[in-house]
Ligand binder design. Structure first.
Ligand SMILES: Cc1cc2nc3c(=O)[nH]c(=O)nc-3n(C[C@H](O)[C@H](O)[C@H](O)COP(=O)(O)OP(=O)(O)OC[C@H]3O[C@@H](n4cnc5c(N)ncnc54)[C@H](O)[C@@H]3O)c2cc1C
Length: 315
């Protein structure tokens, strides 16, 4: 019996969330005395790295025609891998790929699904985040086949030096009702959901012309940029940067919020970040209550000093 992990790739390499899901699946397999097998659909040049994350075997459907993400097709392929591997637990990353594919597999396998897991299961019970990360729910899966999607950055990784056996998986590629013909990235910048560090700014920046320093700080830190909703609504920043309840939910290691008040709807999308730094002129800004580090100060003075400090540290 095995734990099967779906590892998504983008631009020819596996995603950060895929490696995290792989590690979660491998830790679960070890705990339950099972083997950890990953399935990769489409081209990916870094499959060998999965060994370090505890995966021992990879089923690779190595076909460039499958590079475009297609959840309907992928669910049908994964179902075949479940049968081949006699898998009783299937792990997905809780990102766009897992959110789209896992429910389709649930329907195919008549399985129970827990989304957004934050810890390894205890028996059949899985802990997940609810109410935008404000509480946890312990959910019991009662079906023979269990499907779990893992919240990014929620479970500590254990990376070793293991190696992985890669097997070409020949399976039936289904004819689906829709065909994804091309996927075009909205931007060439670092993906928000994959970034370790995010520099985000809000209405406190006064206008779009002042974003240069935010972009510079992000560049120096190797970070992605984000923004509050009004900033995207007014058109100061593109909508794909909007984080929060109605935007993208992110969980980076470091979230730097500049001139953002910290409204509950904003916090809902960022409060899973490991470390939060807030820069705001108003000492009463609600964001300070959620912050690990706070600077009461003017962004136009603080951010240039941060840029200079990072440059000095690097140089
Ligand atoms: C249904 C619903 C859903 C929503 N979803 C989202 C969502 O997904 N994401 C989201 O972000 N919002 C969302 N909102 C909006 C949210 O309620 C807030 O209005 C919004 O987050 C405020 O954005 P802001 O902090 O950029 O602006 P403001 O509230 O105007 O805050 C600006 C902050 O900048 C500070 N400031 C001013 N000048 C400076 C300076 N020079 N230096 C440093 N700090 C300065 C101020 O003290 C203030 O705290 C939603 C609202 C509703 C009703």
């Amino acid at each position: 019996m095995s734990v099967l992990i779906y590892t998504d790739s983008a631009d020819g390499t596996l995603t950060k969330n895929a490696f995290e899901a792989a590690n979660y699946g491998a830790l679960l397999a070890k705990k339950e005395g099972k083997s950890a097998t990953a399935i990769v659909i489409g081209e990916a040049s870094d499959i060998d790295k999965l060994g370090a994350y505890g995966v021992t075997k990879v089923l690779h459907v190595n076909d460039a025609a499958l590079n475009n993400f297609d959840p309907q097709r992928n669910a049908a392929i994964i179902a075949q891998a479940v049968t081949k591997e006699n898998a009783t637990t299937i792990i997905f990353p809780h990102d766009y790929s897992g959110k789209a594919t896992a429910p389709m597999l649930v329907a195919k396998l008549d399985a129970g699904l827990v989304t957004g897991a934050v810890a390894l299961p205890e028996g059949n019970t899985v802990r997940k985040a609810v109410f935008s990360g404000k509480a946890f729910a312990d959910v019991e899966i009662k079906t023979a086949i269990k499907i779990i999607s893992v919240l990014p950055n929620a479970v500590d990784k254990q990376i070793g030096e293991g190696s992985v056996a890669v097997e070409n998986f020949s399976c039936e590629i289904p004819t689906t009702r829709l065909t994804v013909k091309e996927v075009k990235k909205a931007s060439t910048e670092l993906s928000l959901t994959e970034a370790d560090i995010v520099v985000s700014a809000g209405r406190g920046l006064k206008g779009p012309e002042n974003w240069g320093m935010i972009e510079e700080l992000a560049q120096e830190l190797g970070a992605a940029t984000a923004c509050s909703r009004p900033v995207a609504d007014i058109g100061w920043r593109p909508h794909h940067e909007h984080v929060g309840q109605t935007g993208i939910a992110i969980r980076p290691n470091l979230y730097i919020a500049v001139g953002i008040s910290g409204a509950i709807q904003h916090l809902a999308g960022v409060n899973g970040s490991k470390t939060i730094v807030v820069i705001n002129t108003d000492p009463e800004a609600p964001f300070f209550k959620a912050a690990d580090y706070g600077i009461v100060g003017d962004a136009f003075e603080v951010v240039p000093k941060m840029i200079a400090a990072v440059k000095k540290l690097k140089g």
